[in-house]
Design a protein around this ligand. Sequence first.
Ligand SMILES: Cc1cc2nc3c(=O)[nH]c(=O)nc-3n(C[C@H](O)[C@H](O)[C@H](O)COP(=O)(O)OP(=O)(O)OC[C@H]3O[C@@H](n4cnc5c(N)ncnc54)[C@H](O)[C@@H]3O)c2cc1C
Length: 411
Amino acid sequence: MHDSRTRPSVLILGGGFAGLSCASRLSSRRFAVCLVDQKPHFEFLPNIHEILSGVKSTADVQLNLAQQMSALGHDFTQAAIQSIAPDTKEVQLHNGTVLGYDYLVIALGAVDARYGVEGIDTNAFSFKSAQQCDAISHQLNELALSSQSSRVTIVGAGITGVEALGEMLRQGKPSNLQITMLEARDRLLPQSSAGLDTYIRSLCEHYPVEFRCNETVDRIRKKSVLLRSGESLRSDLTIWTGGPSPSPLLAQAGLAEPSAWAPVDDYLHSAHADDVFIAGDSADVPGNVAKQAYHAIDMGEAVAHNLQALVRGSRMMRYRPSPKPQLISFGGIGCIMVAGKWAAAAPALSAGKEVVFEVAMAQLDSQSAPEKVSELVRRGKRASRKLLLPTVMSPTALLRQKDFQLLGPND
Ligand SMILES: Cc1cc2nc3c(=O)[nH]c(=O)nc-3n(C[C@H](O)[C@H](O)[C@H](O)COP(=O)(O)OP(=O)(O)OC[C@H]3O[C@@H](n4cnc5c(N)ncnc54)[C@H](O)[C@@H]3O)c2cc1C
């Protein structure tokens, strides 16, 4: 048994990549840790698009936070956070509970960027959780079964929108679905080189997909999308992938300017409050680090290291982002690897994305070996049957592997 009075208390807000990796590096012998999240599960967001085609189930991309914290000897509270008061060192939950702390770790990720567009909550599906992807999948199945032709609109041609589109095409040509992708900027995957835009368009040549760039959405209605130009597009299902935006809790707590990420120093310590660390998407790290899962994991680990250094009186570690290649999958048809300024494409690269997923899930899972192995085997079986065999190892897939392309440097 540990004596909670002699251990400093660490309150971690958010059980995503940053929060979970931080918690898993803190020893319950040294710290009384409590992790709070509104959801019962950690979710591996980079692979949730695979729920659309049934390649993954919601359970495949989740880890139960209560079980994870219990395996680590930490506490878990499932509740939405209402407000953070660094002055009094208190966090108010929506259920009325107030939690105090010695050290606070804020790992709240991001919310959907909305750009003032009306009707997203009521008339569109957002793409930020396994549950939302499951709901979209059901809706797509219903539309596919209908005798009438249906129109699906994906708003946003960033990585999330493009991966969602690819997943819709994984099962082949949808017989009665017409898909429109809208993008406010001048090309698909606007953060990357024009070669990626050309590649995605070439993959979609024989599919009922229309791309419309330089189009700004003004409002989403129940069965239509209204563009700023005044044109109204019929849409039976609208999916919103507007990118990440800071949680309003950061500014409310005085840790950030309104609508801004929370600034931190090199040690991920808040620029505005003592004893507060910020990790993952929420942190505005010096040097403009991309909002990516692998950075969030590294930041969570760095914060855990620095908390231990603080209580031991040893040196804290500077967080230095370590860039890694990024994989953008496109159903079973293609996959892009972006490494620095360069990008290459081949369907077989999607096997790499699956390996990254399996390894990262196993590393983040703190359960004891038998439970961890049985989860790994369950996920692995499904991935081999639904993803690796058809995408990489079937005769048609093997023929497609000759389609390796270098997509050129980013602008
Ligand atoms: C669809 C999608 C695809 C992506 N693809 C990739 C990819 O291919 N590669 C890549 O590297 N990155 C990808 N990302 C980005 C990556 O997922 C994020 O950078 C990463 O999740 C950030 O980790 P985090 O811990 O900061 O936040 P998250 O993982 O988002 O965790 C934040 C946690 O805080 C909780 N939370 C938030 N607000 C509250 C509140 N008020 N009360 C209680 N709990 C709250 C949330 O429930 C969540 O569990 C993708 C993101 C999305 C949405």
